[in-house]
Design a protein around this ligand. Structure first.
Ligand code: AP5
Length: 216
C-alpha cells in the first residue's frame, strides 16, 4: 500500500503518519524529517537544504527526488509506505509516479488533511520536537511530562526555526501555490482515490478517519 498524506503546515501529517505506520506496519517516509536529520548530521544534503528550509521555501525538486528514490530502493519493491511531505510539487508527483511504475506499483490512496488557518497557527506556535528521536509534542494539547524534555528519550525539545510566524506564512503560501495543485493531479489519476479528512478533531478521531480512508 502506498499512501500520500497531503495538507498544509501544522495540520498533523507527521503526528498521524507515525501512528498510522505503527498500527499498519507501514514505513513512514517524511521528507521534512529526512532533511532535518541530514542537517543535524551535517551531510551535503543537509547543507543544500538549509537555506531553503530556513526561508520556508521548497528544496529543489532534483535534490529531494534523488533522495526519495534512494530511500524507496532501501525499503524494497514491496514495502508499504506512507509519504508525509512528499510529493510537494507536480514534477515531484510525476517523478514518484515514474519510480513506482518502474516497480509495477502506483499510489493507492491520497489523503488530504484540512484545518482552518487559526487552528494551524495555534498548533505550530505550540509545537515542540525532540532534537534526538523526533517525537512531536504540543505545549497546549500534548505537552511532555517534564517541560522541555522528551518523554521517550529525555533529550531536549526544540521549537523548529521554520516555525517562526513570518516563515510559516511563506510555507503556507508555498503550499497553496505549489502543493495544492497535486489534489487535481491525483484526482485525474485512474485508480487513485483522493479522500479528504477533517484534521481539526482529536488525534484519535483523525486517526480513525485516516484508517477508514486507507481501508476503503
Ligand atoms: P515538513 O517538515 O514536511 O513541514 P510541513 O509540511 O510544513 O508540515 P509540518 O511538519 O509543519 O506539520 P505537520 O502537518 O506534520 O504537523 P504535526 O504533526 O507536526 O517540511 C519542512 C520544510 O522542509 C519545508 O518547508 C521545505 O523547506 C522542506 N521540505 C520537506 N519536504 C520537501 C519536499 N518534498 N520538497 C521540497 N522541500 C521539502 O503537528 C503540528 C502540531 O500540532 C504538533 O505540535 C502536534 O502535536 C499538534 N497536533 C497534531 N494533530 C493534532 C490534533 N488532532 N489536535 C491537536 N493538536 C494536534
Amino acid at each position: 500500500m502506498i499512501v500520500i498524506l497531503l495538507g498544509p503546515p501544522g495540520v498533523g501529517k507527521g503526528t498521524q503518519g507515525k501512528i498510522l505506520c505503527e498500527a499498519l506496519g507501514l514505513s513512514h517516509l517524511s521528507t521534512g524529517d529526512l532533511l532535518r536529520a541530514a542537517r543535524r548530521e551535517g551531510t551535503e544534503l543537509g547543507q543544500q537544504a538549509q537555506a531553503f528550509m530556513d526561508r520556508g521555501e521548497l528544496v529543489p525538486d532534483g535534490v529531494i527526488v534523488g533522495r526519495v528514490r534512494e530511500k524507496l530502493e532501501e525499503l524494497g519493491p514491496d514495502a508499504g509506505v506512507v509519504f508525509d511531505g512528499f510529493p510537494r510539487t507536480v514534477p515531484q508527483a510525476e517523478a514518484l509516479d515514474r519510480a513506482l511504475l518502474d516497480i509495477a506499483r502506483k499510489v493507492d490512496r491520497v489523503i488530504v488533511m484540512t484545518a482552518d488557518d487559526a487552528v494551524l497557527v495555534r498548533r505550530i506556535s505550540g509545537r515542540r520536537s525532540c532534537s534526538s528521536c523526533g517525537t512531536i509534542y504540543n505545549v497546549f494539547t500534548s505537552p511532555p511530562a517534564q517541560e522541555g524534555a522528551c518523554d521517550t528519550c529525555g533529550s531536549e525539545l526544540t521549537h523548529r526555526k521554520d516555525d517562526a510566524p513570518e516563515t510559516v506564512q511563506n510555507r503556507r503560501e508555498v503550499y497553496r501555490e505549489l502543493t495544492e495543485p497535486l489534489v487535481g493531479h491525483y484526482e485525474r489519476a485512474p485508480g487513485t482515490p483522493v479522500v479528504t479528512v477533517d484534521g481539526d478533531q482529536a488525534v484519535d478521531d483523525v486517526q480513525t478517519a485516516l484508517r477508514s480512508a486507507v481501508s476503503r
